[in-house]
Design a binder for this molecule. Structure first.
Ligand SMILES: NC(=O)C1=CN([C@@H]2O[C@H](COP(=O)(O)OP(=O)(O)OC[C@H]3O[C@@H](n4cnc5c(N)ncnc54)[C@H](O)[C@@H]3O)[C@@H](O)[C@H]2O)C=CC1
Ligand SMILES: O=C(O)C1=N[C@H](C(=O)O)C[C@H](O)C1
Length: 270
């Protein structure tokens, strides 16, 4: 049992953090070697099992990332951009795998993660599910096959606690559509319609974000032309799909050496 790769979960009290703990425990392929939360969080110092409302687990929630990362093979991180940038630097120091699910990162944040990837094995993706990563491939193919007579719109829906928009997944899908068309997403992205916007610009890729209730995550890529429409859709109904992908990525990364990878690498979809 102790020979299994050790994974630490950071942001352990969060929606994804708790799902990751459950997924690691059920996997039979890894052991939970630590649990981290932000300094000042009321779970810090408590037994993780008890904090999650169950039996004692023997794992104490810590806020000392440097100490915990030194004893583990990988850290899985679904937290917030500023925290993720710090974890990347610590993972580089510890020479371990850093799986990043955090979305809403800026170009500057990503440049810092790139720098950390000289020493850490980083797997970062706005969506860790198999289904969405396949949808990304399909989106690129469909966009490449159609011309600008087809308007492309990415529509996403998430729960009312989500803090970033468009979602990381929507941006992955928009990027794939732009690549399929051979254009830069930056040049054609339309992200904030309100008021008298004028007619839609030919060639633009539009984004719409819906927030409500407990929606886990839904993404449509709409290709709309005169007389016909194609819709590519993914609907997540259980966060376990993201957690399973993240654990798979952590195990894939152990022993691989430094670099900045994504789920396409892990799933062999490149
Ligand atoms: N890539 C993917 O497949 C997925 C990505 N996400 C992304 O994961 C992130 C988290 O999502 P949720 O779990 O829903 O959010 P959440 O708000 O439920 O959890 C975030 C947790 O991170 C903790 N945290 C913040 N700063 C920290 C620090 N310095 N050290 C340790 N812990 C810290 C918070 O206290 C909180 O418990 C978001 O960016 C979301 O978009 C969510 C689902 C799937
Ligand atoms: O915040 C979430 O919940 C999710 N975030 C990711 C994103 O921004 O795309 C992935 C998933 O859709 C759930």
């Amino acid at each position: 049992m102790t020979d299994l790769p050790g994974i630490v979960v950071t942001g352990v009290s969060g929606r994804m953090g708790q799902m990751l703990v459950k997924t690691i425990r059920e996997s039979g392929r890894a052991r939970l070697c630590g649990a981290l939360e932000r300094p000042g969080h009321d779970w810090v110092g408590q037994d993780l099992g008890r904090a999650m409302g169950g039996a004692e687990s023997g794992v104490i929630v810590s806020d000392d990332a440097l100490e915990v990362l030194a004893t583990c093979d990988a850290v899985i991180d679904f937290t917030a951009p500023a925290a993720t940038v710090e974890f990347a630097a610590l993972a580089a120091q510890a020479r371990i795998v850093h799986v990043i699910g955090t979305t809403g990162m800026t170009e500057e944040d990503i440049a810092k993660v790139d720098a950390a990837a000289h020493h850490a094995t980083i797997v970062r993706a706005g969506n860790m599910s198999l289904g969405v990563n396949l949808l990304v491939q399909l989106t690129r193919k469909v966009a490449a096959a159609l011309d600008e007579d087809f308007d492309i719109e990415v529509i996403e829906a998430h729960h009312n606690q989500k803090v970033d928009a468009p979602s990381g997944t929507a941006l992955m899908l928009g990027q794939a559509a732009a690549e399929g068309r051979g254009v830069s997403l930056e040049d054609v992205s339309d992200r904030g319609r309100d008021g008298i916007t004028g007619a839609r610009k030919r060639g633009d890729i539009g984004f719409t974000a819906i927030r409500g209730g407990d929606i886990v995550g839904e993404h449509d890529v709409l290709f709309a032309a005169a007389g016909e429409r194609i819709v590519l859709r993914h609907m997540a109904t259980d966060r376990a799909i993201f957690a399973r992908g993240a654990v798979k990525a952590a195990l894939w990364g152990v022993g691989r050496g430094p670099g900045h990878f994504d789920m396409m690498d892990v799933l062999g979809l490149k």
